[in-house]
Design a binder for this molecule. Structure first.
Ligand code: 3MF
Ligand code: MG
Length: 339
């Protein structure tokens, strides 16, 4: 079943378990061993940051050589690269943000590095560039001009669209963390930006469940609206227990109904993008179970697809016609409980 879906995750989803309050609890897994896990776990493709492929700031000759070597590893494993995301939040030159830093030299670094990420994507055989605007925001309102910041993000997107006329830009929006207040905090904000770019047809979104929840929006609502715009080009499915730090929990593990709603919307709208996961193992997880959060999420997604396909649409229509949403709710919950 679900043969039409392609499943992906990023190598950062197999992690050491370190958090802001404690050191690693699992050994670092070498890149080659992570790649070897994908097919075994039932995945088809890999999401990359630019520096997951090759370390940042190498010469172009070294970057090209390194990227070609990683592409060969993927080809040998029968995997594809879903997207490249410039990791603009770990460098000392992006402490105050990247495209929206107050320092022109730092803004230039961010743009140069992003263009290089586009060139890496070209070698890796993908047209999709994901922009998670991690540090494009502030801790206090007065630190940067927020109106200028909006223009700077638009200028950056246009610069990349112009740099390579074949790429697509996918904004991955998140309202906070690491900054207190992010520019373009929601999917809706970025969709509005898409229409102001030099090529709206090449700008869209990747929606992460937890990010929408942190913004107080049901992820299935965000997904449905982006699908209506024909701009939902990828997803990061996961789950989130209330308004706290970004948890990246196993898909469906907190709120099965909310997870089902996302699957329902994707299924009914004939979503064509990849099913990407962005999920962290619990810190307490032992090394021998360090990929269970990925296989469990995949299993839960597939089971929810089965539930969505088992729903009798004639029954749903009858409930709608008679405005019997109490009955419809019980019908859906019964399907989820296998009744
Ligand atoms: C942060 C995220 C990021 C992005 C990744 C690819 C580290 O909340 O979701 O994960 O998904 O950078 O865009
Ligand atoms: Mg994500």
């Amino acid at each position: 079943m679900a043969a039409q879906y392609k499943f992906t995750f990023g190598p950062w989803n197999i992690s050491t378990g370190s958090d802001p309050f404690g050191p690693p609890v699992r050994a670092e897994v070498p890149f080659a061993s992570k790649i070897a896990e994908y097919k075994r776990l039932g995945f088809d493709g890999v999401q990359f940051h630019d520096d997951d492929v090759v370390p940042a700031d190498l010469s172009w000759a070294e970057t090209e050589k390194g990227a070609k070597a990683v592409k060969k590893v993927l080809d040998d494993e029968g995997l594809f690269c879903e997207f490249i995301a410039p990791r603009l939040w770990e460098d000392h030159r992006t402490i105050d943000g990247a495209y929206t830093s107050n320092d022109p030299a730092e803004r230039k670094y961010a743009l140069d590095r992003s263009k290089k990420a586009v060139d890496i994507a070209h070698i890796m055989g993908t047209k999709d560039i994901v922009l998670w605007l991690a540090r494009e925001g502030t801790y206090i309102r007065e630190a940067k001009c927020p109106v200028t910041a909006s223009q700077r993000v638009l200028d950056a997107v246009n610069t990349l669209l112009d740099h390579d006329k074949t790429i697509r830009i996918l904004g991955e929006m998140k309202p906070n963390e690491p900054t207190d207040s992010a520019y373009f905090p929601t999917v809706g904000h970025f969709l509005a930006l898409c229409y102001r770019t030099m090529d709206p047809a090449r700008t869209g979104v990747l929606i992460e469940s937890a990010h929408s929840i942190l913004a107080g929006i049901d992820p299935s609502e965000d997904m449905a609206n982006a699908l209506w715009h024909n701009k939902l080009w990828s997803v990061h499915l996961n789950d989130q227990n209330g308004l706290k730090y970004d948890q990246d929990k196993t898909f469906g593990s907190v709120d099965l109904r909310r997870a089902f709603n996302q699957v329902w919307v994707l299924e009914r709208a004939n979503y064509q993008g990849c099913i990407g996961l962005d999920i962290k193992a619990m810190r307490s997880t032992k090394s021998e179970h360090q990929t269970a959060h990925l296989s469990n999420s995949l299993l839960l997604f597939k089971r929810l697809v089965e539930v969505a396909r088992s729903v009798d649409t004639a029954k749903v229509e009858a409930f709608r016609t008679s405005r019997n949403y109490e009955g419809l709710e019980l019908y859906i919950i019964n399907r989820l409980m296998g009744i």
